[in-house]
Structure formats: structure tokens, C-alpha cells
Ligand binder design. Structure first.
Ligand code: LLP
Length: 434
């Protein structure tokens, strides 16, 4: 599943000791395993080998140029949601014609840029957007390739902030109206109807919501193929990953006690077994937009313990990483396993602690009442499964610098984004008149 494990008492990523990386580059520090990303991509690709398909990495999950380059070399396309993401794809060596452009609020500037670069398809989320893309394409003397995003009104059974396929969500066009909107699109002269798209949510740990959505959409897809000769069906992303119990081999006793057996999980094979039989008969190119499932378990955020603050109510482990570096626990109460970089000896004392950051908010926590081995100031820890929606959601809140990012490949490690400097923090700002 991933390449983070203890070797001789030290947490390693592939062949590299994380203690060495933390000492050399400082903390907070994101570390990614190239092997894990490649393995995940290949396993998904292989599981879908019975279909004419293309994996378009949802790069909102991790848009570091090194990660994009690695996936482009594997043959991935990209699911982009902004002009900035298209720029990153091109900077990384990826191709515009491998990109699908999603999102409910595309601007004129972004649409023009995507048309000039030649994206594969715009995934359109509303009637006004459809008309606007038609107008922008007309002004450039181009035809815009489009797919409509259908909202199938399916419950993805996930956190409410990352559920997208219910009728009350802002995404897509209602399934009951979709054929009417295709008819409208067909009348617009500067559009070329190329496909259909859906995405029901993220961190989905059952196959049932996917099956339900595809079951509802299959007759519509057939109809569109007949009427408009569409060439693709993008089924979105959303396959969930394991956040609990993510340290695999050689997990020590204290860790198993604290983290249990990992609970629900969904593998690419389970996913493929569920969806391929529904997709194969459609005879179309199938696009997938996985984000988290390719990179989530491939990353960790390293932090240093600054203080251990003991109070009558609770014990706090205060780290140099904060919610500005990894916001998932604060925003979605997301769970990330926390492990010391130096493996604690068997029988080491442990107890419940809150692991918190230095940011001035009570929501700045990574774990609450978590059973962890005792750590001391100066020790280093890792927050696991931070490869997706980690760095990309980081901010400069509290004027904290964005952390550095490292890519490990085998025994080799490389800085793929330098830590921000204090000058970077104020770049572009000025005091009026000076
Ligand atoms: N396609 C579309 C249209 C999407 O909106 C998303 C994610 C994906 C694909 C990729 O979904 P994935 O395979 O990663 O589940 N920040 C949240 C997750 C937000 C997901 C947004 N859309 C988190 O940290 O849990």
C-alpha cells in the first residue's frame, strides 16, 4: 500500500531514513514516495485493463511538478480545475490534450487559455457556463470540446464537505434535466459535444454508491452515444484510502492497540470488479479522475515536537507543523496516523494526548485524545497519509512559511519544492508610497 515503515528502529520512506531528511531539510516537511505513486497508478491501470480507459489524475490532490511529471511519464492525463493547474501540467511536461477541465466557476481568462492550449474537454457544470464557453470559443474562432457533468443524486456516504453527487450540491446538472441541456448544447455553434462526466464525492469506502450512480447513468450514456456520437464517459474519482492503521509491516504493539485493524477499505480490484461490468457494454472510452487514491498514502508530513504541555485536563504535544500545513483534521476532522520517527522500544510508556500546532486557533489540532507513545521535546514525528490534499491546501496563515517538499525514489531523495523564505512571505506586497 505504501513505502513508509520502520527499519532498524527508524521510520523510512523507501530506502531513505526520515530522520536524515528531517535533520537535513528541517520540519515541517512533506515527503512523498515515488514508488508508491507509480505502484498505485499501475495497479489502477491494470485493474481497468479490460476497458478502453484513461486515468486523468485529479491534480487538486497534489500538484507538485515532480508528482505531475512522474504521473505524466506513466501515461496519466490530468483532471484540472483552474488555469493555474493547466499551467502546472504544461510546466511539468504534461500535455494539454490529456486534460479535462472541471469546476463550476471557470473564468473567461481560463477558458481562453484552455482553448488556446487545446484541452481534451471542458466538463461543464451549468447552462450559463455552457453558453459562456460557446461565446468565448466563438470569439476565438474555435470549437470547444465539451462534456456535461451530471449530478446523479446519489449519496456517496462520505463527509458532507466532500459529497458532490446529491441534488442539493452545487455540482453538475440534475439527471432529470441532462438530456434537455444536451439538446441545448447541440444547438450552440461553437461547441463540440465530446462526452459526459460525473463525480459523486471523495473518500468513498464502498462500491455501492459508484454502482448506483453508474446504474442510473448508463441509459443516458447510451442515448447520448446514439444521438450525439459522444466518445467518452468520465466516471470521476472518489475511491477512498485507509487513514487508520496505515503503518503496515512490523507495526509495533503500542501502535496496533492505538489504531486497530484499519476498518473499511476499498481496493482498485474491488472497484474495477464493481464498475467494469457496467461500463464495458457502453463501448466508450472511460476516463477516471482519481486523486487521493493515487497519492494519499504516498506522502507524510514530518514535524518536530516543540513542547509537551501537561495540564490537569489534558496533555498537549505541540509541534512545529500546524493547521496551515495540513488542514484536514481541522476542516473535516480527518484522521492521520501519527508515529515517532524513532521507533519507541517495546513496552515504552504511552497515553492519550492532543497533538496540536502553533497556530492561534483551537481548531489547530492533528489528533485529540490519541493514544501515543510518550514523546519529548525535540523528537520528530510523522503524520501519515498526507500525500493528498496536504500541501495543496496549505496556507500562509499566521505568516507561516509553506513547508518544503521532498520526493524519494528508491535510495534517492530530492527537494522538489524549497521551503518558503521570509522574503517569499511578503513578495508582491508593499507599503503605500514606499
Ligand atoms: N473529480 C472531481 C470533479 C472532483 O471534484 C474531485 C475531488 C476528484 C475528481 C478527485 O477525487 P478523489 O479521487 O481525490 O476523491 N480536500 C478534501 C477532498 C476534496 C475533494 C474535491 N474533489 C479532503 O481532504 O478530503
Amino acid at each position: 500500500m505504501h513505502e513508509f515503515s520502520y527499519r532498524d528502529g527508524v521510520l523510512c520512506c523507501e530506502g531513505v531514513a526520515l530522520t536524515d531528511l528531517a535533520a537535513e531539510h528541517g520540519t515541517p516537511l512533506y515527503v512523498y514516495s515515488a514508488k508508491t505513486i507509480r505502484d498505485h497508478y499501475r495497479r489502477l491501470d491494470e485493474a481497468l485493463s479490460g476497458l478502453d480507459h484513461r486515468v486523468c489524475f485529479a491534480m487538486k490532490a497534489n500538484s507538485n511538478l515532480a508528482v505531475l511529471n512522474l504521473l505524466a511519464r506513466e501515461g496519466a492525463g490530468f483532471d484540472i480545475v483552474s488555469g493555474g493547474e493547466l499551467f502546472r501540467v504544461l510546466q511539468s511536461g504534461g500535455r494539454a490534450d490529456s486534460c479535462t477541465f472541471a469546476g463550476v466557476g471557470k473564468t473567461r481568462e481560463e477558458i481562453e487559455y484552455a482553448l488556446k492550449e487545446g484541452v481534451y474537454s471542458f466538463n461543464v457544470e451549468s447552462e450559463p457556463e455552457l453558453e459562456f464557453i460557446n461565446e468565448v470559443a466563438g470569439a476565438l474562432g474555435k470549437k470547444a470540446p465539451v462534456a456535461l457533468r451530471v449530478n446523479p443524486d446519489v449519496d456517496a456516504q462520505t463527509h458532507k464537505y466532500i459529497s458532490t453527487g446529491k441534488s442539493h450540491n452545487k455540482f453538475g446538472i440534475g439527471i432529470d434535466r441532462i438530456l434537455g441541456v444536451y439538446a441545448q448544447a447541440a444547438k450552440l455553434p461553437h461547441l463540440q459535444i465530446r462526452g459526459i462526466q460525473t463525480h459523486i464525492g471523495s473518500q468513498i469506502l464502498e462500491t455501492t454508491p459508484f454502482v448506483e450512480a453508474l446504474g442510473k447513468l448508463a441509459p443516458i450514456v447510451e442515448e447520448l452515444k446514439k444521438s450525439y456520437g459522444i466518445e467518452f464517459f468520465s466516471i470521476g474519482g472518489g475511491v477512498g484510502i485507509v487513514y487508520h492503521g496505515t503503518l503496515e509491516s512490523g507495526a509495533p504493539d503500542w501502535w496496533l492497540r492505538a489504531n486497530g485493524d484499519g476498518g473499511k477499505r476499498i481496493g482498485f480490484d474491488d472497484y474495477a470488479r464493481a464498475v467494469v461490468p457496467l461500463l464495458k457494454p457502453l463501448g466508450l472510452k472511460i476516463l477516471l479522475e482519481p486523486g487521493r487514491s493515487l497519492v494519499g498514502n504516498a506522502g507524510a508530513l514530518l514535524a518536530s515536537v516543540l513542547y509537551v504541555k501537561k495540564t490537569p485536563a489534558k496533555n498537549f504535544v505541540i509541534t512545529d507543523a500546524g493547521m496551515n500545513d495540513l488542514i484536514r483534521p481541522a476542516l473535516y476532522e480527518g484522521h492521520h496516523e501519527i508515529v515517532p520517527l524513532q521507533e519507541p522500544p517495546a513496552g515504552a510508556p504511552h497515553g492519550p494526548v492532543d497533538v496540536v500546532g502553533p497556530v492561534c486557533e483551537s481548531g489547530d489540532f492533528f489528533a485529540q485524545d490519541r493514544e501515543l507513545p510518550e514523546v519529548q521535546a525535540g523528537e520528530k514525528i510523522a503524520l501519515l497519509s498526507a500525500g493528498a490534499y496536504g500541501f495543496v491546501m496549505a496556507s500562509n496563515y499566521n505568516s507561516r512559511r509553506l513547508p518544503a517538499e521532498i520526493l524519494v525514489d528508491g535510495g534517492h531523495s530530492e527537494v522538489v519544492r524549497a521551503r518558503q523564505s521570509w522574503d517569499d512571505l511578503v513578495a508582491g506586497e508593499r507599503v503605500p508610497g514606499k
